[in-house]
Ligand binder design. Structure first.
Ligand code: GDP
Length: 293
């Protein structure tokens, strides 16, 4: 469906055949293609500019290696730089026990589904996970989480009568302790857009439960808008990780590159489908190849 970045680079790079050394001049066309391709993969323009400058810095002055074409050499530099950027700062999950994870994000991003998916994954890793429904606005979201928790045999807590989110958090912690759970995931409410009241509510919950991880669930197809969303959540809640959803779709992953570069928040997991098993640890090299095509 997409012409890949590598293909797009093809023409620009052909002109480089035979050059002995990469210079700003002989690379200009290739870098223009890189810029256009990243913009069309929905990478934020500021990130594109920085990225292209960095690739140029790395390329200029390099002797073209024997046995490879200048094009291959540039593609490798671009790939290495993407992997480095995407993977920078990536750490394992907090080792705290009980492990408390706060899940935040916009409505429809895949937050509830990802909460159950992460619970399932933690169970596979030997935890006794417990999920808490903290969305007081959408009873359907509570039902959805309950169904998924039953299906995956995860502990579950909800208080459908309460409108006091921090109190729900405290009660959920007590219920999890009672159930001898050692990983507690809090699914919170989302809105269609960043909303001051919503952020304040999640901040209060955060203060109350003192999570070890705060994960933003973001739709991988969100495009450049993803950066504003991630910045707002990060400023208010000091995110510790990003879960990128719907990467089974057409999204090229530009959003991920933008969020990672601008906020510095590491990408931790990737959602690749609607089923609870469609969830994986994040691998920078896979996303780099996807962005490059
Ligand atoms: P929430 O409002 O953020 O809690 O979003 P939901 O968890 O209810 O998910 C919204 C929709 O996205 C549902 O139809 C999910 O099945 C779907 N969804 C969530 N994650 C993924 C994913 O990784 N891939 C695909 N294809 N769909 C997903």
């Amino acid at each position: 469906m997409f012409e890949s970045l590598t293909e797009k680079l093809g023409n620009a790079l052909r002109n480089l055949r035979g050059v002995g050394k990469l210079t700003e001049e002989n690379m200009a066309e290739a870098l223009k293609e890189v810029r256009t391709a990243l913009l069309s993969a929905d990478v934020h323009f500021k990130v594109v500019r920085e990225f292209v400058d960095r690739v140029q810095e790395k390329c200029v002055g390099q002797e073209v290696l024997k046995g490879v074409s200048p094009g291959q050499q540039i593609v490798k530099i671009i790939n290495d730089e993407l992997v480095r950027l995407l993977g920078e700062g990536t750490t394992d999950l907090s080792g705290a026990r009980p492990l408390k994870i706060l899940m935040v994000g916009l409505h429809g991003s895949g937050k509830t589904t990802s909460t159950a998916k992460l619970g399932k994954l933690l169970k596979k890793r030997g935890y006794r996970p417990f999920v808490a429904a903290c969305d007081i606005y959408r009873p359907a979201a509570i039902d959805q989480l309950e169904i998924l928790a039953k299906q995956e045999e995860l502990g579950f807590y909800a208080d459908r009568a309460s409108k006091d989110v921090p109190a729900i958090g405290t009660a959920a912690l007590a219920a999890a302790k009672e159930a001898t759970a050692d990983a507690i995931l809090f699914d919170t409410a989302g809105r269609l857009q960043i909303d001051h009241d919503l952020i304040e509510e999640v901040k209060k919950l955060r203060e109350r439960i003192q999570p070890d991880e705060v994960f933003l669930v973001a739709d991988g197809a969100l495009g450049q808008e993803a950066v504003n969303v991630a910045k707002a959540f990060n400023d208010a809640l000091q995110l510790t990780g990003l879960i990128l959803t719907k990467m089974d779709g057409d999204a090229r992953g530009g959003a991920a590159l933008s969020i990672k570069t601008i906020t510095g928040v590491p990408i931790k997991f990737v959602g690749t489908g609607e089923k609870t098993a469609d969830f994986d640890t994040f691998y920078p090299d896979r996303l780099a190849s996807r962005i490059l095509g």
